[in-house]
Design a binder for this molecule. Structure first.
Ligand code: 5GP
Ligand code: ZN
Length: 122
């Protein structure tokens, strides 16, 4: 799967994947790119994105379900590499206004490195 050209022209995360916008890379494989969030909400705050542009969780078609598998497997590996697998971490997808989604390129937040609160909304 390649990056969808029309979307990549305007999409910040496509530019980060392509290297035309800088980022602090955390992980990369054939399908997935991961980088440190510019405004971290935890000591470890990584954004894991598919290299193939998809706007949102809702836009992943049933035949693209492997995208989710690739994101979660990358999260596993990154948590291991950053040594937060044992202490614990949180994985979050924001979708739409109520969840305050700001970037419309599918991304999985990986948060960890310190004790979090029990509430997931705030
Ligand atoms: P959302 O609110 O859409 O789920 O998450 C978007 C995330 O992208 C936010 O946590 C925000 O801080 C991060 N972000 C926005 N622009 C950039 C950028 O240019 N570079 C990096 N590394 N993170 C960004
Ligand atoms: Zn994109």
């Amino acid at each position: 799967m390649g990056i969808v050209p029309n979307k990549s022209k305007e999409c910040i995360f496509c530019k980060i994947i392509q290297g035309t916008l800088p980022s602090r890379k955390a992980f990369e494989n054939e399908h997935v790119f991961a980088f440190w969030d510019i405004a971290p909400q935890a000591p470890v705050h990584i954004l894991i994105v598919p290299k193939h542009h998809v706007d949102d969780v809702l836009d992943v078609r049933p035949d693209q379900g492997i995208l989710f598998q690739q994101l979660f497997l990358a999260a596993q590996q990154i948590a291991g590499q950053l040594e937060i697998a044992g202490s614990g971490f949180r994985l979050v997808f924001n979708s739409g206004d109520h969840a305050c989604q700001t970037i419309h390129h599918l991304h999985l937040h990986l948060l960890g490195g310190a004790q979090m609160g029990g509430s997931m909304v705030g």
